[in-house]
Structure formats: C-alpha cells, structure tokens
Design a protein around this ligand. Structure first.
Ligand code: SER
Length: 882
C-alpha cells in the first residue's frame, strides 16, 4: 500500500484499520436485506446496529465501537443516477459506530485526523456543516483546526439524519471537500449545501441521540451515540483527482465494459454517457442484490431489482448492445469486488443464471413493448399525459416497470397517469386476492411474545429424546390464557421443555401426547410462534389439564422417524442437484413431512429425464452407502470456512448447527435427522415441476412411501401385462406396436369413408338436372346426414366441377337424429348466373320450422320440424326452377 491510500481497496482498508486502531471492532458488511421491517433495503452502515443504539444488544466490552465497509442500495434518487457524477444506487459506506463510549469530541477529532493525516487532504479544502443550533459541534470543529469561515450551519433537511420513518436518529455534521471554483455553479456565494458539484459531501457524522417513534416524537436515547458514514466512491474520486464517481477505479472499469460492448467511447456523446453510467451503476446494485438472495419479482425489493435490471438492459440496447450482456459486468464486478465481498463469488453461478433468465425474459417483450408504447404515444404532444391503462398493459403484458414507461415518456416530455396506473394495479390485486380465496391466518396477536417475555424460551430436548417430564407454563383456549381446560377443549400448551419439534425450516411439527394422571392431550401439531417458543396444539381427550401441572410429553416416534428420513433425504437431494445441475442450485423452500418431501430450488429450465434419473441414482447410492449423519454446533464463521451450505439469503446467529451426511453434504439446519443414511431405505422422485419463474420443485418419497409408490406402479404394469397375456417387461414394446396398428386402422377407415362419400356424391352428380342455367343437384340424404357430411359432400362435388365451365348448385337436406338440416351451395359461375344460397335458405327454412343463412355461395339452416322436409324439397325445386 502506498503511503497515501488512492485506490478504492486502499481507502477501504485504511479506514477500517484507522478505526480498529482507535479501539473499534471490525464487522463484516451486513446483507442488503435488512433485519428490519421498516426498511426494504440496507441504506446505511447503521442499519445492522439499530438494536445496539436502542440498547437491546451490546457490543463486546473490549471494544469502544464498531467499524464497517457496508454495501448499501438507495433508489430514492434513481432518476438522477447517471445524470451527475455523485449519485449511485449501489455504494459502499465506510462507517464507525459508538454506543455510548465515544461521542462528538472524539469523533470530530478523528474524522479530521483521518482526513488530513491519512488521506492528507488539504486543510483549506475541508469544509464542515453543523446543525443550526449545535454550537458544541461548531466549537469542537474550530478547536480541531477548521477555520470559522469553513463552518456552515444548516437546518433539518441537511443536518438531521434519519434512516427511515422510525428508529435511532439525530443531528449531524457533514464534511465537504472543495473541488475548486472551476467545478460547479461559479456563484460567489456557493457553499456546502449548494446543489452544484463544487462542494462534495464525503462524510456524514451523525450524533445519534434519539429514537423516533411512529407518531414522530423523539425519545432521547440513554446516551450520545455515533453513526458515521463516508462514501467510498466519493472519497475515491477525491483521492484519484476526478470529479465524477464514474471516473474512479471500480466504476470507470465498469464504464469501460459498456464501452467495449457497445463500441462507443465515453465522453463523446452525452446520451451515450448517460447509458454507460446507468449500466455501470445498476450492474453493481443488481449483482449484490441477487448475491444476497433477492430474486426479481413484482413486489418489494424484488421489484426494485427488476426495475434496475430492466433499466440497465434498456440502456444497453439504446447504445446498440445486442443480446444479453449483463454477464460481462458481473465478471468484472466479481473480479474487482469479490475479494472483499465473498458472497458474490460464492453465488456467482446463481447470479449469472438470474441475470441471464431475466434479461432473456425482458428481451422477448421489450421490442413489442416499445412498439406498443410508440403507437400509444403517437398523437400525444409534449405536456400531454399517457393514460394509466396503457402504462398498466406495458407493465402487465410487456414487463415494463412503471418507472421505465415514465422514463421513456419523460424523454419526450410526456407525463404518465400514475393514479390511473395504480387503480389498474389495485384492481388486478383484488382479482388475484378473490381468486386465491386464502383462509386467513387466525393468529393470537402478541400473546406469545408476552409468554416468551414472561417465562423465557422452551427448552428443546427432542434431538436426543422422544419423551420427557415437563411443566405446563401456559394453557391457551380460544386465544386466551386459562388456568385449566377440560375434555373436549381445543388447547394450545406451552411447556418449559419439550421433545416436540416445532414446525420450522420446512420440517412439519411433531404430534404425540401430553399427559398426567388427571388428563391427556392429543397433540395434533407443534409450531414456533416465536423463534424460541414451542406451541403444542391439540385436544384434551380425557380429564382436566391445569396450568403449572407436571406432565409427561411424548412424541409419535414412528411419525418422527419417517420425518427424519425425509429430512436427511432432502439434504442428500440438494447436494445431488448441485452435482448434476450446477452451483446455481439454491434451496428456495422445502416441506419435510412424514409421507413426502418437497424441495424448491433455483433452476431455469425443466430438468431432463436423464438428469432426474441421475439425481435419483446418486441419492440412492448415498443412502445405500450407510453414511453416518452427524450434527454439531459451531460458529458461523467456522461453518462458512468449511464450505457448509447455508440457506440462500438467510441470516444466522453467531452459533449454528451443522448436519453432515457422510462426506456428501454439509448443511446448516435445525431439523431432526436419521443416524445413518441407510435408514432412509429408498428414494424416489415423483414429480419435477415449475412453481415460479426461475424456481423448480421436486416432490419425492422415501422408505415405505417409496416402496408403496413403486408397488402401485408395478401392480399397474402387471395388471396390464396380465390383460395382454405377455410378460410385464414386454408391455411397452407391445403397446407401441398396438398404437401403430391402431393408427393404421384409423387411416384406412378414414380413407374408406371418403371413398364411400365420393361414390355417393358421384351418383348425385350423375342425377343432376339442368335448371335456370345451372346444373342442379337436389339430395335428400335421409336420416344420418350431418352438417359436416353435407359440407364435405359439397366440397367433393365442387372439386369435380372445378375447371368445368358449367354452373353448379346443390341443395341437400337431411334429418340429423330427427332434427332437419339443410345446405344450399353453388360455385362462382352459379352465383354469377343469379343463384344466391342465402336467399334460398331464408325462404325454405321456415318450412322445417327453423332458420339460418350464410353467403351467396353457401348457406345452411337447422329446424325443428322433420315433417316439413318434403315441403322444403318442393319449395327448393320451385325456387331453383327444377
Ligand atoms: N447513517 C448516516 C448516513 O447514512 C451516517 O452513516 O449518512
């Protein structure tokens, strides 16, 4: 490392090291999916520390605070991204955090020290802002060496920081770097806070003193805290002597990828530059979002991802890149940032597949969508508004996120009716809701939180034991805690300890009995309404059960054994899928029940029959190898280092449980498993289907269910063989042969029918009479004619007359199963001679009590009165002049 950090990697390391030396603990970046329902994405370094600010969690005492390089995504400024050099959707925030141990005085001094002594910024170029009435901060800055005329006071908009609607927040002080009067607006009064580029905010120091409540009120925290965030890309810009983030090392490399793909040069055309910048920025956001487990969807963070991805794809096309290209960006990002963020290396195969499939999906509709939008925009002029229904169709049919439509429209100065679009979306959601007809979950509110707070966690003894003595902590009937319950009551029971596994991680809950000398509860299910609390639900089948009773709890061992077989089989299946299909396979959901298992995973096309057989073969080999299944606890870091499969996008605590199946699979899992793989007996895949874009589902059975499944199929085969009087293994060959024969018979039968029809129509033609200048055939087909046979007959007759100069007319009548039908038809020559099928039918149909019509060349009618057939023929003859 050179003495002054210049590259992004050097700056990142210098920052973390500086604060480590001050006594902070270095923490890894947290996931972009925050543990925080008030936020969709991680927007700042402080997000993972919220519980520490609120004193719900405490840092290791040996440290005075924490320091991180945090990946962040912010999309509130998405429209600006690319139009200037400062705004990014994805950025790295270098942060340090104190929870009461150091505050303003220390922080300002360190920030100045880092800026002037590590980064060696010129003192005269450093400016700071403080919150309007924060005299203390202003004084501290002066003391550390900032000239008074380099200190600006700003109001709440600039100098009060909040992460979201609620949570830790406080007044802040920002550090700015003066990029020089030649950059920016040039106004003499230009100062920090001006919208231009001259003063670049590079570090925000928040003095976190409040916890903002839902009603907006500010509850003071126990002591002053520190939350600071320095934009790595901005500092890289300063250190590399460039004004725009897009000229810094990492981002310039990505702009270069766009240049290479499009053959365009950055800096020659403002429109091209915009697209190059958007692609460089968005490609990082989408890479890291997918790397943290976000998949494109139409909701929440999945929608933000889709929006960014499609925006990047469109800009690629705007500058002439053909075909999928995001992979090229992914390669560059992984190479550059993978050493710091291993998750993008680990998940590269999956990220690549997701980008590829989403890009392909969008490419299929983007041209049609743009054409559709072009048509809709035709006739609209600047200032006009595009209707909401069109925007909705673009979204629904062509996959254009609303914002993309709005952006394209804005390029032409046209607005989009957002309210109208929202109305359409709401209507669609209503329709979907009505169609789903979900049974609403009837929860018990926060009764379980209360129980957990009062009595603590349920101790789970079920890994080693099937039964244990326990005490009833609480009894719940109809959502209320009661002191006792009697025979027939549906109850939920909370025990101090339990052998019952509560439904979790796809594994269904245990059943069994809880009893003592006074009463018995038949447990029908066990759930985990809170992470550490097991709730046993069932019915009292005898006697009375009271709160505080001592009881014996015993699970249904046989059922549990079946569940364990399926659970271990699910692990083996996952490892086999990775082997056969590739590293992009990640678990997307699972169900482990006594009679079956279901495994959902990321994969982008149907599995072939051979792949399914191969996976099945591998699984059964592992089962037959009788490999031991071991479980142990370890630290998350050790597990990751050992390459243990974790649930994609899932967050784990510091200690985790690892389940190892021989040397074949290692997974983090809290479930119950067999001791040796041979206990699973047999593994059989029943079905492989798609459940969502990018997600496949395998349903499988093991042990006795697999035996039953195979027996049913075998019996079916034997039955068929008995019927055919051949050995079972000849059935397929025989059926193929029979089908071929059948096809041949059908072909012959069809041909014979045609010949017969042609024969009889040939007879009819022979019987044609001359009338009104055309040859006329009047046929009574009797019972059994159908509209179709009449039409076919006419086709034959017409073909025969083809090329001959005479005009030809057919009038056919029949009683189709007692219902009279008739057809009149003539060739073009007949129509030229004055024949009109429609007129004929209109006049004759009433005689059979019906109606109909058609064209001059052909018309037909059906009626109710078969007795009128003779009269109808007579009428037809009269009209047609026979
Ligand atoms: N949380 C503050 C910010 O994001 C400082 O880290 O600006």
């Amino acid at each position: 490392m050179s003495s002054v950090p210049t590259t992004s990697a050097e700056i990142r390391e210098a920052y973390l090291k500086f604060f480590e030396e001050k006594g902070c603990q270095r923490w890894p970046s947290s996931s972009l999916i925050p543990d925080d329902p008030s936020l969709l994405l991680t927007v700042a370094g402080m997000v993972q520390f919220k519980p520490y600010f609120l004193q719900q969690k405490h840092l290791d005492d040996r440290y005075i605070g924490a320091t991180t390089a945090q990946k962040c995504v912010r999309t509130n400024d998405i429209d600006i991204i690319g139009t200037d050099g400062r705004h990014l959707s994805f950025f790295e925030m270098l942060g340090n955090f104190s929870f009461g141990k150091y505050f303003k005085k220390e922080m300002c001094a360190w920030a100045y020290e880092f800026s002037t002594e590590v980064l060696k910024l010129e003192k005269d170029r450093i400016h700071v802002t403080v919150f309007t009435d924060d005299d203390e901060a202003a004084e501290i800055w002066e003391k550390v060496g900032v000239a008074p005329d380099h200190i600006t006071r700003l109001g709440e908009d600039d100098n009060f920081w909040v992460a979201g609607p609620t949570g830790p927040c406080g007044p802040c002080s920002e550090m700015y770097y003066d990029q020089g009067p030649e950059v920016g607006c040039g106004r003499p009064d230009c100062a920090p806070g001006c919208a231009c580029d001259r003063f670049l905010e590079y570090w925000n120091l928040v003095f976190t003193q409040f916890d903002r409540q839902e009603d907006g009120s500010m509850v003071p925290l126990a002591h002053g805290n520190i939350d600071t965030g320095m934009g790595l890309e901005r500092v890289a810009g300063i250190m590399q002597g460039v004004v725009s983030n897009f000229d810094t090392d990492i981002l310039r490399g990505l702009v270069g990828v766009g240049e290479r793909l499009s053959g365009k040069t950055y800096g020659t055309d403002e429109k091209v530059d915009l697209s190059l910048r958007i692609m460089a920025d968005h490609s990082r956001a989408i890479t890291f979002m997918v790397g943290d487990g976000i998949l494109p969807s139409n909701e929440g963070r999945g929608y933000i991802l889709r929006r960014l991805l499609r925006r990047a794809v469109r800009h690629g096309r705007l500058i002439g890149i053909e075909g999928p290209f995001l992979k090229e960006f992914l390669d560059a990002i992984v190479e550059e940032m993978g050493p710091v963020y291993p998750e993008i290396v680990e998940n590269k195969a999956l990220i690549e597949k997701v980008l590829e499939s989403e890009e392909e999906r969008f490419s299929r509709t983007i041209d049609m969508g743009e054409k559709f939008l072009d048509d809709a925009l035709e006739g609209l002029k600047e200032g006009d508004t595009l209707d909401g229904v069109t925007a909705f169709t673009l979204h629904d049919t062509y996959g254009f996120p609303f914002e993309l439509t709005a952006e394209i429209c804005a390029e032409r100065g046209i607005n989009v009716d957002k309210d109208g679009f929202d109305e359409e979306m709401t209507a669609q959601r209503e329709r979907a809701r009505a169609a789903r007809n979900d049974e609403a979950w009837k929860g018990f509110g926060d009764i379980y939180t209360h129980i957990l707070d009062t009595h603590g966690a349920t101790e789970f003894v079920g890994y080693g034991k099937d039964d244990c003595d326990a005490r009833i902590i609480d009894l719940i009937v109809d959502g209320k805690i009661v002191d006792e319950a009697n025979e027939g009551d549906e109850v939920t029971v909370i025990l101090d300890k339990t052998p019952f596994y509560g439904e979790m991680g796809g594994q269904v809950g245990d059943t069994g009995t809880i009893f003592n000398q006074y009463g018995t509860i038949e447990v029908k299910n066990t759930t985990k309404p809170e992470a550490d609390l097991a709730a046993h639900t069932g019915v009292i089948t005898a006697g009375t059960i009271r709160k505080d009773d001592n009881v014996h709890a015993e699970i249904d061992k046989r059922r549990r054994a079946l569940i364990a077989r399926n659970h271990t089989a699910t692990h083996i299946l996952q490892a086999a899928l990775v082997k056969v299909l590739g590293d992009h396979v990640k678990q997307a959901g699972s169900l482990v029940a006594p009679d079956r298992l279901r495994f959902d995973f990321t994969h982008f096309e149907p599995m072939t029959h051979e792949q399914i057989l191969e996976v099945e073969r591998i699984c059964n080999n592992v089962i037959m190898s009788d490999a031991p299944v071991l479980t142990y606890e370890t630290s998350l870091t050790a597990a990751r280092e050992a390459g243990v499969t974790a649930l994609f996008g899932e967050k784990y605590g510091e200690f985790v449980r690892v389940v190892e199946t021989g040397s074949f699979s290692k997974e983090l899992c809290g479930g119950t498993h067999v001791g040796h793989t041979s206990e699973i007996g047999l593994f059989k895949i029943v079905q492989e289907t798609s459940i969502a874009a990018n997600t496949r589902r395998i349903e499988a059975v093991t042990s006795l269910e697999a035996y039953k499944y195979m027996s049913t199929y075998e019996e079916e085969l034997r039955e068929t063989a008995r019927f055919l009087k051949i050995p079972p293994l000849d059935v397929c060959e025989r059926v193929v042969k029979m089908q071929k024969q059948l096809d041949e018979y059908e072909r012959v039968a069809k041909r014979n029918k045609k010949i017969a029809a042609e024969g009889s129509f040939a007879d009819y033609i022979k019987a044609a009479v001359d009338a009104n200048g055309y040859k006329l055939v009047i046929v009574n087909m009797g019972e059994g004619g159908s509209v179709q046979s009449m039409r076919e007959g006419w086709d034959i007759v017409k073909q025969r007359a083809q090329g001959k100069p005479f005009a030809l007319v057919v009038f056919a009548i029949s009683a189709d199963k007692g219902t009279p039908i008739m057809l009149a038809a003539g060739n073009d020559a007949a129509v030229a001679a004055g024949f009109n099928a429609n007129d004929v039918i209109k006049q004759v149909a009433p005689l059979i009590g019906g109606g109909g019509g058609g064209k001059p060349t052909m018309a037909q009618a059906g009626g109710k009165n078969a007795e009128g057939i003779d009269a109808a023929i007579a009428k037809a003859k009269e009209i047609l002049g026979a």
